[in-house]
Design a protein around this ligand. Sequence first.
Ligand SMILES: [Zn+2]
Length: 470
Amino acid sequence: MASNKVTTESHNENAITLAAALGLSQEQASKLLNLTVLVTAHEGDPIGLQFAQEVSDLLVRTVDTVASTYVEHTNVEIVIGVAKPRTNATAIYVSLDEQRAVISSHPCATSASQYAPKIFHLIAACYTSAMSLYFATGSQLPSGIQDPLKIIFADFGIDPASVEQPVDIGHAYLAGAGAIGNGLLWAARHLNFYGQLEIVDDDDVSSGNLNRQVWFDTDDIGQPKAARLVKRAQNAFPNLKLVPRQQRLQDLQEHNHDAWLARLIVAVDSRRARRSLQREIPGEVFDASTTDIREVVVHYHKQPNLYACLSCIYEQDEEETTRERHIADHLGVSIEEVKTERISDASAEAIVRRFPKLSGAAIAGTAYDSLFKTLCAEGELKDVSDNRVVAPFSFVSVLAGSLLALELVRRLGHGHRDTGFNYWRLSPWHEPLPRRRALRPKQSNCEFCDEPILVKLATRFWENKETSRA
Ligand SMILES: [Zn+2]
């Protein structure tokens, strides 16, 4: 299937990710991704056909070919409901009923697909993509795979009957229109949010982004992410006004007021960026992150906050330090420069001396992480195999976005919800485990919680304010 959703660079980003996970060269991984996935649903199964579309939309960004009509040389066939396989390829069977989705290498459905809130089917589509890729690439991924994968909808801790009820998100800010920001709105199509969402991102869409930023296609390359995301997504949200803000959150004009950031949704792409958002003293934080393809983390807190903040959860770790050092080494700038996150004019000049193909004016002001990922995907950095900045696959980012959307329903919606936790860590390769939810305490030495002045300001700004209905 010809597609305007996969480019050479986005294929390379997937290959880099797979190479890092499997310990292969990028070239070997690239060949492994030359895959054809056939998706089979019975024509008399409308819910199964919808599910087929959900899976295809994700996998088309990961493998070379996703087909719904018979193709030769199929590597994996996804068989939905009571449909029969059309090939002898490795089959992944999906059974959908009201309470759960079962994804298995053995037939598991006994009836046509049944209704469940669509967001749960999207989540099941993420796991189906994971199992398909796992088997298609030779069952070597170190994560392993649970087989069968049983996605029990009640495990998300939100009464399924109320998931699609209207949810007032008030006036909220989304920091980051990249993979997770895209995933959030991709998932929220299936929910009923109203209010106003400011989408804040100063970056442009690059070709490599298309492997995971699910609203974008080749027409968006080189254009501002925030504006393109609004353009693509707004029609799906009749009651939610999306406002593009092509800046960093820290540079918005309203930033100069006290207590301006009542509700922040965090979808930025680095630990450091998350910590700097915490310094904006947000009243209420909904956050999701991915650790390459290994895990997804969801975090929530609200001021005055007795428990972990963004800076507690995303404290500086060794991996981050190592990566920043490598970015500095490869780009020819100091590590202190890399820690500022954005490329200064002086650094842009230094980088252009090393990479004459680049334009200083074009890279000044952009993120070091983004430039480094782009150079890796373009093959400009040949010798960085162990230290590449690995981007997640589409289904990992969309899983993170889906869980973030569900947190908004959980905390702002009505009806019965489990809320006694501020942190949930999930694997895209294993069933979601409610027991992994935790109420994480503050970290000692947290750069926010250990600063009495910041804690005092947070209390003063947000005490006695009902941000949940702001
Ligand atoms: Zn903290």
